[in-house]
Design a protein around this ligand. Structure first.
Ligand SMILES: [Zn+2]
Length: 95
């Protein structure tokens, strides 16, 4: 029965979600994982007279930087497109 299968999959999904929620994620090394975003590169004029507006025209895929890290225990993935400076700390200054 299909409905049995669906129920079984729902149960599996619930268990997997539970695992992910209870996981104290241990992330592996992040990796560069650029994403494609559709962006308009032009505009066209619509209407006439004083009733004129523009609409985006012509779309292309633009690659945006993104990084991904994956939990080595449960497979949970996190994505970010933000960067922060690495704080390198201090060292003795003998001057
Ligand atoms: Zn995890």
């Amino acid at each position: 029965m299909l409905s049995d299968k669906i129920e079984r999959l729902k149960e599996e999904l619930r268990i997997e979600e539970q695992k992910m929620r209870n996981c104290k994620h241990v992330f592996g090394k992040h990796f560069f994982n650029p994403k494609n975003v559709r962006e308009a590169y032009g505009f066209k004029m619509i209407g006439h007279g004083s009733d004129v507006w523009t609409e985006p025209e012509g779309y292309h895929d633009v690659q945006k930087p993104q990084w991904t890290r994956k939990c080595t225990l449960c497979g949970y993935e996190e994505h970010t497109d933000k960067e922060k400076p690495i704080i390198v700390g201090n060292e003795p200054d003998f001057k």
